[in-house]
Every structure is written in structure tokens, then in C-alpha cells.
Design a protein around this ligand. Structure first.
Ligand code: THU
Length: 141
């Protein structure tokens, strides 16, 4: 159901993403990623990347956390921390950005971090401008 916390700091969320990263199944890329998501109703869900030998079935850490959250009833994501071990912070892929947009807001905070303590913060609207979403579908009616 996700751990419920009244408040969670960015550092705590990064810590949980770092722990989740330990479970990454990434034997093909050897690039382990962890994510920790805070829902608008105060629950935390984590995810790691899961690679499959057919490669195309690979699921990013962010989407694993989103699937876990949405399947437990979450409909709004407030913040997501993403942790990998590289000097350049790993930005979410386009597919994950689309899913964050589906369940986020323009102000959903995306925190990128590495194991050396480098951190960058974005709002989702910065990472995903000019999105296709339900408002476009509504305009077709
Ligand atoms: N990956 C993630 O889990 N999240 C990202 O934000 C970028 C990429 C994973 C997918 C794949 O398992 C590995 O990183 C290399 O692309």
C-alpha cells in the first residue's frame, strides 16, 4: 500500500531511491537505477529498473514505482527521486515522462541524484513541455 509519511524530505526520498536501486535487475546494461515516488496523499512507492533479455521489455525504475503506486490507488504524483551511479544525472526517458505527466501535475518535482551526492531538481513541466494528454483528446469531442 506504500509507506505513509506526513512529510518526507528530498534527502529521505533520495535515500529510499538509493535503497531501491540495490534491487535493480540490470544484467544487460549494468546500469542500475532506483526511484522513489511520493504521492499527493502522502504515500511512498519505490522501484528499480527491470531488464529482460529481449531488451525491449525492459521497464525503467520510475515506471515500476508508478505502476506500484497506481495499482494501489494513487492518482497524483507529488515528487519523484531518481538515483543512478553516474557523474551525469540520469534523466527520465520519454516514456516515463509521459507516464509522470499522466499522473502528475505541471509542478510535480523530479529530483535527480547520484551516489556522490550530486542533486538536481526540476518541475515536470520543464522536462515535458508541449505534452500530448487527455486535454487533447477532450478537444476532439
Ligand atoms: N533506466 C531507468 O530505469 N530510468 C531512467 O531514467 C533511464 C534508464 C534504465 C533502463 C535500462 O534498464 C537502463 O537504465 C539502461 O537504459
Amino acid at each position: 500500500m506504500g509507506k505513509r509519511r506526513s512529510t518526507v524530505s528530498d534527502d529521505e526520498l533520495i535515500g529510499l531511491a538509493t535503497e531501491a536501486r540495490e534491487f535493480a535487475h540490470a544484467p544487460y546494461s549494468n546500469f542500475a537505477v532506483g526511484a522513489a515516488l511520493l504521492s499527493a496523499d502522502g504515500r511512498i512507492f519505490t522501484g528499480c529498473n527491470i531488464e529482460i533479455s529481449t531488451l525491449g521489455l525492459t521497464t525503467c525504475a520510475e515506471r515500476v514505482a508508478i505502476f506500484k503506486a497506481v495499482s494501489d490507488g494513487v492518482r497524483e504524483i507529488a515528487r519523484v527521486a531518481i538515483v543512478a551511479d553516474h557523474v551525469d544525472l540520469a534523466p527520465p526517458c520519454g516514456c516515463c515522462r509521459q507516464m509522470m505527466w499522466e499522473f502528475g501535475t505541471e509542478e510535480t518535482e523530479i529530483i535527480l541524484a547520484n551516489l556522490d551526492g550530486r542533486v538536481e531538481r526540476f518541475e515536470l513541466k520543464q522536462l515535458f513541455p508541449h505534452a500530448f494528454d487527455s486535454s487533447f483528446l477532450e478537444s476532439l469531442k
